[in-house]
Write a protein that binds this ligand. Sequence first.
Ligand SMILES: [Zn+2]
Length: 134
Amino acid sequence: MTAMKEKLRRFMAGRYGTDALNQFLSISSIVLLLFSLVTRLGLFTWVAFGLLVWCNYRTFSRNISKRTEENYKFYTLKDRLTGRLGGYQKMWADRKTHRYYRCPQCRQQLRVPKGRGRIQITCPRCGTQFIKKS
Ligand SMILES: [Zn+2]
């Protein structure tokens, strides 16, 4: 048993191992496999297989700096996506009390209370003033 462990340790020495992106890849491939079983679409099986191959390639890769960079990019993408989803969630939650506008100048999103008639809005970022019905 210990010999086996030692072999594995030696094999993994200098290799990248697992990270958040690899966990995401393996989970996605399992989800896709289940999806392919339900829908009986062979395409999902192939995509799942592809993700699994990519995940293994990254785990055993010796190019550690490149893999770390990929993982970092994955985090940035994930943060941006969850940030955007959170924004939409908030918009949906107070859709009855507030309206959302975009500044015509700088595209900054502005939140305005509903039901005040025509109001002048001042963008806090660039100072542009515009009139909207709230
Ligand atoms: Zn603005």
